[in-house]
Design a protein around this ligand. Structure first.
Ligand code: COA
Length: 355
């Protein structure tokens, strides 16, 4: 997993120095920009950890615009450096490849395909485009050489769930995308139901909404002790999705599932583990090392065996999961027309309420 830091700039410089050929003006320009961006208030956007940066006030349009532009540039640079690093590594190894997408990074290495939410400036909120990119990434991963497929996030969040701005047009008005949303969501969730290989979530930080509900369709969920699990549908005029109305009560019992899905209780990583949503919790300080070491070991197990066992487990429930998904999407379609939802969206946009 690539985490951007001062070290990345130095690595990029070393790579460029070692290259026999001139890297070209585009690469040189990126290096120069990276150098210029190499200061704390930009690096915090790329690194893990809470934001300590001064935020311009709501009406400080000038500085907010400049800050947004700097964040975007930093994110773009990080994405392009990540993908160019992966592609260049891929030249030497047959099982390495990268999918070009700004907000979803896909890498394949050591028998593991990793799909990474890469939109840390928005807490990895999932835009419509990202839903499509993820479906494509899963489709590719189902037939590539990898043994295990892993989801994780860049930055301090795993993912803040559905991008609430998916429903807003450029003029800031709520858009009627009800049917399109229901169709996209149904197809998206079915892709997870049908995924044939072991699917693992490496939950590096807080997870919200669909980033949580989807976990019921994963085979293993490893969480940092910094992670939290929140499904605030009741505050949003929304309903549980990704088959969680079926998988959560089955996993944790109806009383505990109700606390999460009906009352919007936020769980710590350890609570989520106690309720069966999380496989294992690791201290933040050793999380990455321990989890990736373990996953590399698992990726050496028999790919065919794991496929067959997964199919055996999933086969009993596949039809049930399709039905639940269809029902949740139908209910969601109605909820998206409700005033409750529209009010919640307006609140979020005006930032009167934080969940
Ligand atoms: N949809 C759209 N934008 C989101 C988002 C989401 N789900 N989650 C975060 N963002 C954006 C914020 O609007 C903000 O954008 P800005 O910098 O342009 O103002 C940016 O990400 C950073 O988030 P911010 O709210 O400043 O960070 P925070 O640490 O104070 O709070 C959250 C983080 C996730 C608690 C808060 O953003 C939130 O409640 N998001 C909504 C989560 C949600 O309801 N998801 C859907 C569930 S169904």
């Amino acid at each position: 997993m690539l985490r951007a830091s001062q070290q990345d700039f130095e690595n990029a410089m070393n790579q460029a120095t070692l290259t026999m050929e001139d890297p070209g003006s585009k690469v040189k320009l990126k290096l120069y920009t990276l150098y210029k961006l190499c200061k704390p208030e930009i690096w915090h956007c790329l690194k893990k950890g809470p934001c300590t940066m001064h935020k311009p006030g709501v009406f400080d349009f000038d500085n907010k615009a400049k800050q947004d532009a700097r964040k975007e540039t930093a994110m773009d640079l990080k994405s392009s450096l990540s993908s160019s690093e992966t592609s260049s590594q891929g030249k030497g190894g047959a099982d390495k490849k990268a999918q070009e997408s700004k907000d979803i990074l896909v890498t394949s290495e050591d028998g593991i395909t990793t799909i990474t939410f890469n939109r840390p400036s928005k807490k990895n909120a999932i835009s419509f485009q990202m839903y499509k990119d993820i479906m494509l990434a899963l489709k590719n991963a189902s037939t590539d050489n990898s043994v295990i497929t892993v989801f994780t996030g860049v930055g301090d969040y795993y993912s803040s769930g559905n991008d609430l701005r998916n429903f807003i047009n450029d003029a800031g008005e709520i858009q009627d995308k009800v049917t399109m949303c229901a169709v996209l969501l149904r197809e998206f969730v079915n892709t997870f139901i049908d995924f044939p290989k072991p699917l693992v979530a490496v939950v590096n930080g807080p997870a919200v909404g669909i980033a949580v509900t989807l976990l019921g369709l994963f085979d293993a969920v490893y969480a940092s002790d910094r992670a939290t699990f929140h499904t605030p549908f009741i505050h949003l005029g929304q309903n549980p999705e990704a088959c969680s109305s079926y998988t959560f009560p089955k996993m944790m019992g109806s009383a505990k599932a109700a606390e999460m899905l009906l009352f919007g209780k936020k769980l710590t990583a350890r609570e989520a583990w106690a309720q069966g949503l999380v496989t294992e919790v690791f201290p933040e300080s050793t999380f990455e090392t321990e989890v990736w070491t373990r996953l590399k070991t698992y990726a050496k197990l028999s790919p065919n065996g794991m496929r067959v066992f997964k199919e055996l487990i999933r086969n009993h429930e596949r039809q049930k999961l399709y039905t639940v998904n269809a029902e949740e999407c139908a209910v969601g379609q109605e909820r998206l027309k409700s005033e409750e939802w529209k009010d919640a969206l307006r609140n979020f946009l005006s930032r009167k309420a934080k969940l």
